[in-house]
Ligand binder design. Structure first.
Ligand code: NI
Length: 136
């Protein structure tokens, strides 16, 4: 292994790891490392779009367990922090444990991405998806 290669451990639920393994096998990856490297590259290339100030609108959905420690408070605090670009939000109690939150954004492209990434990256959020479009 080259000295420029670094190794790190990842803790992941068994079920999710099994799904990932079966998915990457179908995609033709030889091993997890290759698949994870591609995921990281893809994520970074999305991040690099982050200087675009084009006016945009977006919707984001989050799924999370509302019992997860300070998660609901954290999501609320972040949304207040970005209130200038958050037009509306909708909360749905999906089942006993899970909530879905849909947040609508309007503002500079890069600002929306930053806010959405912070919300989706909040510890305990199970799924997050952002759909953006321009108004022009
Ligand atoms: Ni709820």
């Amino acid at each position: 292994m080259s000295s420029k290669v670094t190794r790190f451990g990842v803790s992941i639920e068994k079920e999710l790891a099994e799904k990932f393994d079966s998915h990457i096998e179908q995609e033709g990856y030889g091993n997890r490392s290759e698949a994870i490297r591609d995921l990281i590259r893809e994520h970074l290339s999305i991040e690099q779009l982050g200087t675009d100030r084009t006016p945009a609108v977006a919707s984001m959905s989050l799924i999370y367990d509302h019992h997860h420690r300070e998660l609901p408070d954290m999501l609320n605090t972040l949304q207040h922090e970005y209130q200038q670009i958050i037009v509306s939000s909708l909360h749905v109690h999906v089942d006993h444990d899970n909530c879905m939150e849909v947040v609508i954004f309007k503002g500079p492209n890069c600002w929306i991405k930053k806010a959405a990434n912070r919300l989706m990256a909040t510890r305990g959020v199970k799924h997050g998806k952002l759909t953006m479009t321009t108004v022009s």
